[in-house]
Design a protein around this ligand. Structure first.
Ligand code: NDP
Ligand code: 8X3
Length: 250
């Protein structure tokens, strides 16, 4: 049987990178997408040129997204699985103190970027009447917390879009799922706090957060279920976390 092809956005770091590695270990061929070319090259070195195809684009640039997908070589075109993972939080401020550029970044990347990539991949899946899309939402798309405002709104939008996509695409034979993680130790907080690594580290102190590999395990499980099974929505938390801001810190 032909190897399945998965496209992972945000594959240069954290959850996306771990997912690319895990799916490659399960025999998938992986299209890895991100802006940091050198990290895409590292994945090729690690997983082998025959198993990995790099796509460098900013998900905010709709033309770049379309061109990248349209330019895939024939042997990489039949994308079976799309992991819409690229995203970040930018800042953590009350609404009255929010930064307009941070708001643009979160809505443009987390919401519109996810839509642009999905739109570019869908014709391939619809033509073949098969496919599985997994959107990475968040616990922040299930509950709002203080100062989370626009990031939460972006992830509530991912939640709504995941449900809506599942409804619209069911008749095309395409499965749509959503993974909603709690605290995962990645570069996420470094990005949120604009390179302040000390502040970022405090987010994960006093308890055991999830690792990127925990989310990758879950995604790998979800995409390897039989064709008739769709794990539609999963909330995955560290054992020490009960809600977005309720964490049993020692
Ligand atoms: P990281 O910061 O480690 O990874 C983010 C990834 O997104 C990078 O690969 C980055 O690649 C990519 N990305 C960011 N902006 C763009 C852009 N404009 N164009 C293309 N790619 C972009 O964070 P995580 O792995 O933690 O985050 C992955 C997803 O998981 C995000 O959607 C996040 O919201 C979600 N999430 C994270 C949680 C956590 O606690 N860590 C919890 C819940 C959800 P590059 O910079 O190379 O472009
Ligand atoms: C990331 C988790 O709680 O920082 O989506 O919003 S949280």
């Amino acid at each position: 049987m032909a190897q399945k092809i998965a496209l992972v956005t945000g594959a240069t770091s954290g959850i996306g990178r771990a997912t690319a590695v895990s799916l490659a270990q399960q025999g998938f061929k992986i299209i890895v997408a991100g802006r940091r070319t050198e990290r895409l090259q590292e994945l090729i070195q690690q997983l082998g040129q025959e198993n990995v195809y790099p796509l460098e684009f900013d998900v905010r640039d709709k033309e770049a997204v379309q061109n990248a997908l349209a330019g895939l070589p024939a042997e990489w075109r039949s994308v079976d699985v799309l992991i819409n993972n690229a995203g970040n939080a930018h800042g953590l401020s009350p609404i009255q103190g929010g930064d307009l550029d941070d708001w643009d970044a979160m809505l443009d990347i987390n919401v519109k970027g996810l839509l642009y990539v999905t739109k570019a991949v869908l014709p391939i899946m619809i033509e073949r009447k098969t496919g599985h899309i997994i959107n990475i939402g968040s616990i922040a798309g299930k509950e709002v917390y203080a100062n989370g405002n626009v990031y939460c709104a972006s992830k509530f939008a991912v939640d709504a879009l995941s449900k809506a996509m599942r409804i619209d695409l069911v008749h095309e034979g395409i499965k749509v799922s959503e993974v909603n993680p709690g605290a995962v130790e990645t570069e996420f907080s470094e990005v949120r706090f604009k390179g302040d690594t000390e502040r970022a580290a405090t987010v994960y102190q006093g308890y055991e957060p999830l690792k990127a590999e925990d989310i990758a395990d879950l995604i790998t499980f979800m995409v390897t279920r039989p064709k008739h099974v769709n794990l539609a929505e999963v909330l995955i938390l560290p054992a020490a976390q009960a809600a977005a801001t309720i964490i049993n810190k020692q």
